[in-house]
Unconditional design. Structure first.
Length: 46
């Protein structure tokens, strides 16, 4: 029984991990755009 619970927990964690990786990959372009925008603003203000 404990093994069944462990397997269910493992599957849930794997699903959550996949979801988090997808969120991370989707956020990367936004981060790059914001980083470039900050650099541009610093140049303008300098």
């Amino acid at each position: 029984m404990a093994q069944d619970e462990d397997e269910k927990r493992l599957k849930a964690l794997e699903k959550e991990n996949t979801h988090l990786k997808k969120m991370y990959l989707e956020a990367q372009p936004d981060k790059e755009i914001l980083t470039e925008a900050v650099a541009l603003l610093k140049k303008i203000q300098a």
